[in-house]
Ligand binder design. Sequence first.
Ligand SMILES: [Zn+2]
Length: 253
Amino acid sequence: MQINKIYLIILSFYIFKQSAATFLSRINIYALSLGRTVGIILLSILIVILGYLALNLGRVIRAFRSVFPSLKDFKKEIEQGEEIAQNTPKSLSSLESVVTDQLAQDFPELHLDERKNHLRDLLLETLKSNGYANIDELNDEQKLMRSWWRSKYKVDTEAPIVHAVVLHNYLRDKARRTLIFQASFQFLREGTKTQDRISFYYLYLLDPAERNTSWNCQQCGAPITSLGEKVCTYCGAAQTAGPEMIWTLAEVK
Ligand SMILES: [Zn+2]
């Protein structure tokens, strides 16, 4: 009885083991044959692709480059952009046509063309002399240009050309008159052509020579403070003498 039981257990175990082995080996064969089939299919596809690539190499490369532009092409585009920038003068904006009537009314003796020529010469002189590197005695405008040059350029500004000088704007309020000119110019900086732009700010100020002189109305004695007024603001008397006002270059940037 006891022996029969043990025999039965061993037999069951043996049967289980055999069937499991058979089952596993069947799966194995199936997997192998499946793997071989898949492998053959993949290999065939790969051969077809490689064959196509080999036969159409030029076209494939072109298509690839159109989707992924090369670094070389990219650099070339940047260089072309830089070349265009080097040869294109900086744009200037001018409100001259808008403010010209008001300016002629306020300052009939102001000659814009003379002022522009003066600024063109001043700018060229500054660039050619590398910010007045070798000049000892400078006037106020030259000193201003010198500090502008020094704040912008550390290296020589050679072969300068001024493209244009325009009246950018004319601003007027109760206390102040401002004229703003702009100029576009180019120069060689360490052999490379460079385009740039400058703004000149003129203020209508008391002549420095008369800054310490006080002016009073010839009729009532009231102090004359307003901008180049030829009429007393207190009594209305016309003034034949008064503080001399001049356009003063106050800032460049
Ligand atoms: Zn007066």
